[in-house]
Design a protein around this ligand. Sequence first.
Ligand code: ZN
Length: 162
Amino acid sequence: MILDIRKIKNPVLRKKCLEVKEITPEIRKLVQDMKETMEKNKGVGLAANQVGALKRVITIDLRFANQGFLALINPKVIKKSREKEIEEEGCLSFPDIFLKIKRAKEVIVRTKNVEGKEMDLKAEGLLARVLQHEIDHLDGILFFDRLPLWQRIKFKFKNKLY
Ligand code: ZN
């Protein structure tokens, strides 16, 4: 089922998502729906609050880059490299907005998969970037929050996001 993506100033985007205690059929259904919603909107990543569910669930689709489809439950960045990289990012909640964002080049994410198996995922480059962007969403943090202060002020003013 394709879900409605919450956009721009929708308050759910500023909510902190809650830990998933048990991987129920509802969680599996949410993952499937998020996958279909990303496919429909040609996104590379989606966080559950973007579709109105306050659960710590993200989906990532990097099949175009041969890195597959990932569904992560309760993902948490446990390590990030000091080395950073600046690349352009978009967000399905902010159509047509692309911003150069500085993020750690490499991260280690501790997560569960949909089978409930805990694992550490080591990532770099695009996957590391998408993971950081989506995990930020789960804490109500949006990509423009990561801009340097002055750029952020200008961006928010221009887009009436204050
Ligand atoms: Zn986003």
